[in-house]
Design a protein around this ligand. Structure first.
Ligand code: SF4
Length: 523
């Protein structure tokens, strides 16, 4: 077993020894049939459903609005053989008992302000089973997915179809991370160049396509590779609220639309970052549906992870503002310190460990402390050469770039300093080989970043993350949200929710939640 695994195992054992016994945790599951709950009872298993048929567009326009009884009464009526979903989907529709029961359970959780954990096999029609209760009850909710296929299905197929049968109009928005939208500042810079990077359209074509694509979404625009990199920004490139083009910023407009919308479709990474940032990306909601919930904890760990790659420091040192305002010798010493740190990390494991993907980092890293000191000195030089100008000066682009570089320097110095100290009791620190190779750049996302070292050193990443995230989830998800619906095709192990329960559910502070599981073969 590697040092890393031993380190992790030791910390987990210590943590488990401090926790109360599993049987001491209060749980009050209510199954779908209303039977009395038993502690972590085997889930209800239902007959198997048929796959979700495609919506027939010609039928959708002619679908009658549903009866008020379904809006205020039993939501399962929406799925009845003569109900709105049947009218919407036409001859291809086959009522599925599991889908209707899942919708009923979601509505019960919404009405009662409880959470629900629902395992429903592939082809169960999960998306209608949670979207319909959300829309029918007028909920303002986040719907989070792990993969683009499901996100596209919700946004392009399910939500437009449900507009045809919803009892009232509703609004919806799709929100992605900042790097998925064209940046107006980058577009302006590129428009001043004679040629565009990579194979792609001329700047005239691009502007014309943007007029047809008001979202500015790079996927909709089919921008890939070098051109996409040149037109988008990472966390540290973005001028944020100081940006002189903020009122035309596609990402900002997407955020504003998301704030107003009833249903916001987003992905797990963005939802997790929003929780870590206390709702700074988009105002938290009372209702969250997490589809493909088996993956969500990994995204939460990722959002809480501190990560330092070889190329981050060169990208910072070679930033235009830093090059213009920081002393050349200090920049050189910073690059050298970065090189020494990563050489040390590369040699920190023994031969066997270095052949593994991960190995334990040394507990304390004085070389990282030295590097943090240099980055901090650059930060001070930036502040001295161009001290923050409050008020109206923030609309000035040059000033905005300078302030952004100062913030970047401060955040980078803080992160490296944290990684230099002894590993906290509730965290684990490790080195890993980055795959695929890091693309460099501001915010650790892209850019050239020179690599004055051996090739293998450039692919090492230093990471620090929490041993477990149950406390974080208790405070930031279960306790902060009225209703969380977690669903997936694989939430149970051996037909029990114990595994999921051990990971996250036991910390559910409401003390009351619903469990349901059903299979996916044809009914
Ligand atoms: S705020 Fe400005 S710099 Fe940031 S993405 Fe928008 S346009 Fe680009």
């Amino acid at each position: 077993m590697s040092d890393f695994l031993e380190q992790l195992t030791r910390r987990l054992r210590r943590k488990q020894a401090e926790e109360p016994a599993r049987g001491a945790v209060e749980s009050s599951e209510v199954d779908i049939a209303g039977a009395p709950p038993s502690p972590v009872a085997p889930p209800v298993r239902l007959p198997t459903p048929a796959p979700e048929p495609a919506v027939a567009p010609s039928l959708a326009a002619a679908v009658p609005r549903p009866q008020a009884r379904a809006e205020h009464g039993d939501i399962a009526l929406v799925f009845a053989p003569d109900g709105p979903v049947a009218h919407l989907l036409g001859d291809t529709y086959r009522p599925r008992q599991g889908q209707a029961l899942m919708a009923r359970l979601v509505k019960r959780a919404l009405d009662g302000g409880q959470h629900a954990f629902i395992e429903a096999g592939t082809g169960s029609g999960k998306s209608f089973a949670y979207l319909i209760p959300l829309i029918w009850t007028g909920s303002r909710a986040f719907v989070s997915t792990a993969n683009k296929t499901l996100q596209n299905q919700l946004w392009e197929k399910d939500i437009p179809a449900l507009r045809c049968i919803a009892p009232r109009p509703f609004t919806a928005a799709l929100l992605k991370g900042r790097g998925n939208y064209v940046c107006q500042v980058k577009l302006k810079e590129l428009s001043q160049q004679l040629t565009l990077p990579g194979l792609g359209p001329s700047i005239g074509d691009l502007v014309a396509r943007l007029e047809q694509t008001p979202s500015g979404d790079v996927e909709e625009l089919r921008l890939f590779g070098e051109l996409r990199d040149a037109l988008t920004v990472g966390q540290h490139d973005c001028l944020g609220r100081r940006c002189p083009m903020l009122s035309r910023c596609y990402y900002e407009l997407a955020r504003i639309q998301a704030e107003k919308a009833d249903i916001v479709v987003l992905n797990h990474a963005l939802l997790a970052f929003n929780m870590v940032l206390d709702g700074q990306i988009v105002e938290p909601r009372d209702v969250i549906v997490i589809d493909e919930a088996q993956d969500f904890v990994h995204y939460v760990v990722g959002a809480l992870r501190l990560r330092l790659e070889y190329d981050q420091v060169p990208a910072f040192v070679n930033d235009t503002v830093v090059m213009r305002n920081a002393d050349d010798k200090l920049r050189g010493r910073t690059m050298q310190a970065n090189h020494e740190l990563f050489t040390h990390l590369a040699q920190s494991g023994d031969q066997q460990q270095q052949n593994e993907h991960r190995w334990a980092s040394p507990d304390e890293l004085p070389l990282a402390g030295k590097l943090a000191g240099h980055v901090n000195s650059i930060c001070k030089q930036l502040m001295k050469r161009y001290p923050p100008v409050p008020g109206g000066g923030e609309r000035n682009e040059e000033n905005a770039r300078h302030q952004t570089a100062i913030e970047w320097a401060g955040q980078l110095a803080d992160a490296i300093l944290s990684l230099s100290r002894a590993v906290p009791e509730d965290k684990v620190r490790y080195c890993e080989k980055s795959s695929p190779p890091f693309r460099g750049g501001r915010g650790g996302r892209k850019g050239p970043g020179k690599r004055p070292g051996k090739k293998k050193e450039a692919h090492i990443v230093l990471c620090q993350e929490p041993v477990e995230v149950a406390d974080f989830l208790r405070e930031s998800l279960w306790g902060a949200t009225k209703t969380v619906v977690c669903t997936s095709a694989t939430l149970t192990v051996n037909q029990r929710f114990d595994y999921f329960d051990n990971g996250t559910l036991r910390w559910c502070v409401c003390g009351r939640y619903h469990l349901l599981s059903f299979q996916s073969a044809l009914a």
